[in-house]
Design a protein around this ligand. Structure first.
Ligand code: URP
Ligand code: ZN
Ligand code: ZN
Length: 470
């Protein structure tokens, strides 16, 4: 691979903002200077007028993940290609411990699925669905030796993935002692399940009832409970896909008390609100994700919390299911729940739009500073999940994961021009300002304007270090 010299771009990290040159060699950033003189063999790229950003780190994606009867429509191949076009160079996806699968087997199986397909670097959280002595021993092994240092546990979906409070507490007590972290899907599964059954008994089958049966109070309740379990276990905790004001209040209270609680929200909660559910239309299945969209007030509160570090990360929870059955051969997608909202696979796409919509809606709308934008989409997730400083910044010695971004170019988002296998985007038709122009992954140019230069299988599994490094 040739050395690459990126000339005179505006280099922005979570703390810096200056114009300079960047030399990439052998997969890493090897020099940064005002005007580097590196001899003639380097490939020169003129970055005047462009932002030079650390590659995005999306710590919540679901590529070819199976939930119940449905599998997300993006494979590691299509999903990582889509991520790269969106300026993301590292994802943390999920290995899945099932009833018949042990922890280490789950990690191997996820590595095998991703290995020949991923075109950007990736790590895994482990979805932990039961906790016994052998699970705990394997979790310790995973943290120490496998580079899998975070564990997602569900307080929702009883009968499938939900775990009880004692299991969460046991896992937290163990991982907290060994530099790991539990990530919680915080919704009260028992109550929600009852509300779903009652709605169906009354003949309510439309997608909007997905939202009506998942009240924000029950997200707040579970968030409170999860934080208390973590406090007792003396362990950090990370709340995934936080959407409700009630949940945010719990995170703020705990952080103010010095408890190591971290949380992410996702673009769909920042740009859409519950008013979309105001119809019986089947098309609303595209907005079926958990937790569901919340009030306009909640949305404003989330933006404020991102600014003030009450929330630390914007991830995507990219969990795509097609709106059309059979699209690219995918089956049991959103129409699986055509006559019963509880069977609509939960989740929405977003991995390709995150950088642009957060730049456009955050920086350009004066909700976030440029540095904070970089921190939210790259540096903070890298730090929290044991990837920093290899990922998440532009610094000598870091991996040469670099994005050249035009802050002024306008374009209209459309599923037709995206690179995911999903047949829709929530942002269809939205005009945004800011565009990913070039993406380097470990020094290799993989996105060049509209051209895809990445190769399936070039992405590497990243062994992550201790988590919660703030
Ligand atoms: O609806 C969602 N969020 N689906 C993805 C799985 C999860 O809970 O993160
Ligand atoms: Zn979840
Ligand atoms: Zn998720």
């Amino acid at each position: 691979m040739p050395r690459t010299l990126i000339r005179q771009g505006r280099i922005v990290t979570a703390v810096d903002d200056y114009v300079g040159d960047l030399l990439l060699d052998d997969g890493r950033i090897v020099a940064i200077g005002e005007k580097l003189d590196v001899g003639g063999d380097a490939l020169e790229i003129d970055a005047r007028g462009l932002l030079v950003l650390p590659g995005g780190v999306d710590c919540h994606t679901h590529m070819e993940n199976t939930f119940g009867e449905s599998t997300t429509c993006d494979t590691f191949e299509s999903g990582t290609r889509s991520a790269a076009f969106g300026g993301t160079t590292t994802i943390v996806d999920f290995a899945f411990q099932r009833r018949d699968t042990g922890v280490l087997e789950a990690i191997r199986s996820a590595q095998e699925r991703a290995g020949s397909k991923a075109s950007i670097d990736y790590g895994f959280h482990l979805i932990t669905t039961h906790v016994d002595d052998s699970t705990l021993a394997d979790m310790r092994h995973a943290i120490r030796h496998e580079g899998v240092t975070s564990f997602k546990m569900f307080m929702a979906y009883p009968g499938t993935v939900m775990v009880d409070d004692a299991a969460i507490f046991r896992a937290m007590r163990l991982v907290g002692q060994h530099g790991g972290m539990v990530c919680l899907h915080a919704e009260n599964g028992g109550v929600i399940d009852l509300l779903i059954r009652e709605a169906l008994e009354q003949g309510h089958t439309a997608p909007r009832f997905h939202a009506l049966t998942r009240p924000s109070l029950m997200e707040g309740e579970a968030t409170h409970r999860g934080i208390k379990l973590a406090e007792l276990a003396q362990s950090p905790v990370y709340i995934v896909h936080l959407s409700a004001r009630e949940a945010l209040a719990q995170v703020i209270e705990a952080r103010n008390a010095g408890i190591p609680v971290f949380a992410e929200t996702c673009p769909h909660y920042l740009f859409f609100d519950e008013s979309v559910y105001d119809s019986e239309d089947w098309e609303l299945a595209r907005y079926v994700m958990s937790p569901p969209l919340r009030s306009k007030e909640a949305q404003h509160a989330l933006w404020r919390a991102l600014k003030t570090d009450q929330l630390q990360v914007v991830s995507t929870d990219h969990c795509p299911f097609c709106m059309k059955e059979g699209h690219l051969g995918r089956v049991r997608q959103k129409p699986h729940g055509r006559h019963d909202f509880s069977k609509i696979p939960n989740g929405v796409p977003g991995v390709e739009t995150r950088t642009t919509v957060i730049y456009d809606g955050g920086v350009r709308q004066n909700r976030l500073s440029m540095n904070r934008f970089v921190e939210l989409v790259s540096t903070a997730p890298a730090k929290l999940f044991g990837l920093f400083p290899r990922k998440g910044t532009v610094a000598v010695g870091s991996d040469a994961d670099v994005v050249l971004f035009d802050p002024d170019e306008k374009h209209v988002i459309s599923a037709k021009t995206q690179h995911s296998d999903c047949d829709y985007t929530l942002f269809e038709g939205k005009e945004v300002c800011g565009r990913v122009k070039k993406v380097f992954s470990r020094g290799e140019l993989i996105v060049d304007g509209e051209r895809w230069l990445g190769k399936p299988g070039r992405g590497r599994f990243v062994k992550r270090g201790e988590v919660g490094g703030f």
